[in-house]
Write a protein of this length. Structure first.
Length: 527
């Protein structure tokens, strides 16, 4: 009898502890796509929050709303056939809130979904959320096209408000962000949870984002899975998923087509980003498909707080401008390290299949300081690429070479091949790149490189397989070239300590070409 009583008590408690679910059509919400439901949604969130949490359930229909501010233990559940349609009236996104825009913390328009310092937040369902972003895009284009009438008549009051809400705001005088700041008009991200934890976004479709789509900032334990993002290719800066200074992020099974990068990992911009000093770390990306957009999976360029411990695997990029891209620039500072890309298939890439670039903007050389960005310990393997414009670009800085980057088991068809410059401790193992123009592998100002079993199936008679200029400490082994007039072209006064071992060059008419500029005292060993 005692055990039965305990069981009944537990059953009663379990039923009463279950979070409440509210059908939003029974609260007065009108699903006609015309009636603004912002206040009703806010009221229900407040009521559920007072009870410890609960779920707002949106059945089929179109619900027009302004920004939705979520609180702890709140779930938004959007049924298949239901659409949350956000207002295109900029006044609905007032008052300004604390947010991060392109890596810069400020006060500006409220994100469409927003939370500050909350936990246990979920957005889920098979329905759609439409950001109605065209009005925001037109505002952005007004600055690009110098549409002074639109700026003065519609946007000026928001620019004046921005000045009022951000007194004394400044950036470094030589920042590459000066042009953006001068606009003083910053579109809201679609979803930005700020200083929050235990976030889950699952199953939904997001479209027509005003700006970046999913943009958690300073968050911990973020899961994004089964999400579809569809922003028009022409829509400006409508990145797909952009975790910024977040840790323990899990992104999987997503389909993304965007007007900018499909997925980008960031951590703040320049001096302000370094001051916060919060990295993005412990991030996994797997089983995602990227169609259209400036990049498939990208790190940077806003990475001043650092990015580390990132694993990307089992993804497909088709039709993006770039495939894998890691980018930064003088002035950012910060370190990108411990990054792995594995088992990636990319097709129809308009620019670079793999781009690792510290020269994202043309800022003159300067002494090494906290402003100097660092890329190191990056490992890329299992890459298959077809119809690529350029297979790979690695470009460091004169004062800060990219270090310890490896390429393993790569097979690509590209117009041009690998171009590696200002780097050290480079390893290429079992890399085949079939090119239409130039040498398949170019190395310039590279120190300590190891090349094993590199190959092209489309040798060009007039070009060597490898061009090495001012390259120090290069070890080439296990190569069996055919069809090229030469295997290796050497040039540059700084080239030294070149070793060829176990390479079969007998089928080539001129295996080694030493250019006139080559160091006359070079240590060259062939065995």
């Amino acid at each position: 009898m005692r055990h039965l009583l305990i069981a009944l008590i537990l059953l009663f408690l379990g039923k009463n502890m279950t979070a409440e679910t509210i059908n939003m059509q029974k609260t007065g919400c009108i699903a006609d796509g015309k009636t603004l439901n912002t206040e009703i949604i806010k009221k229900v969130i407040d009521q559920l929050s007072a009870k410890g949490g609960g779920t707002l359930f949106f059945p089929a229909g179109t619900y027009l709303t302004g920004p939705i501010v979520l609180k702890s233990n709140i779930t938004i559940d959007i049924e298949a056939g239901a659409t949350l349609l956000f207002s295109n009236n900029f006044d609905d996104y007032l008052p300004f809130v604390t947010m991060r825009y392109e890596g810069v913390v400020m006060k500006s328009f409220s994100p469409l979904f927003y939370a500050y310092g909350q936990e246990n937040i979920t957005i889920e369902g098979r329905g759609k959320i439409d950001g109605n972003g065209a009005a925001w895009w037109n505002a952005a284009w007004a600055f690009e096209t110098k549409n002074e009438a639109l700026i003065k008549n519609k946007l000026e009051k928001y620019r004046l408000l921005w000045d009022k809400e951000n007194p004394g705001f400044h950036i470094e005088p030589n920042s590459d962000w000066k042009g953006t700041l001068a606009k003083k008009f910053f579109r809201p991200p679609f979803i930005q949870f700020y200083k929050s934890k235990n976030i889950r976004i699952e199953g939904i479709t997001l479209t027509n984002s005003p700006f970046w789509t999913i943009d958690p900032v300073f968050c911990d334990n973020v899961t994004i899975t089964g999400v579809t993002i569809q922003n028009p290719y022409h829509s400006p800066n409508t990145d797909g998923i952009n975790p910024s200074s977040c840790k323990n992020v899990h992104i999987s099974n997503c389909y993304i087509s965007a007007g900018d990068d499909c997925l980008t990992i960031k951590s703040g911009r320049d001096a302000q980003g370094r001051k916060y000093g919060i990295p993005s770390e412990n991030i996994t990306v797997t089983n995602c498909t990227m169609l259209a957009g400036h990049g498939g999976v990208v790190i940077g360029s806003e990475m001043s707080g650092g990015v580390r411990n990132v694993a990307v695997s089992n993804c497909v990029f088709d039709g993006t401008d770039n495939g894998i891209r890691i980018k930064s620039v003088r002035g950012r500072g910060g370190v990108v390290e411990n990054v792995s890309f594995n088992n990636i298939v990319m097709n129809n890439i308009k620019k670079g299949g793999i781009v690792v670039n510290l020269f994202y903007a043309n800022i003159p050389p300067e002494p090494v300081s906290e402003r100097t960005p660092i890329f190191r310990d990056i490992h890329i393997s299992g890459i298959t690429g077809r119809n690529i414009n350029q297979a790979c670009v690695v470009k460091g800085l004169e004062e800060m070479p990219i270090s310890n980057i490896s390429f393993d088991n790569i097979n690509m068809d590209a117009k041009t091949g690998f171009d590696i410059s200002k780097a050290k401790d480079i390893r290429l193992n079992n890399v085949q790149v079939n090119v239409q123009l130039g040498a398949a592998f170019k190395l310039s100002d590279v120190e300590n490189s190891y090349l094993n079993n590199i190959y092209t199936a489309s040798p060009l008679a007039a070009k060597p397989l490898i061009e090495a200029d001012n390259t120090r400490g290069m070890f080439i082994t296990g190569c069996f070239p055919s069809g090229n007039q030469s295997f290796l072209s050497l040039s540059g006064e700084k080239s030294d300590y070149i070793v060829l071992s176990n390479d079969y060059l007998g089928r080539l008419s001129q295996p080694i070409v030493k250019q006139d500029s080559l160091n006359k005292n070079i240590h060259f060993i062939e065995k």
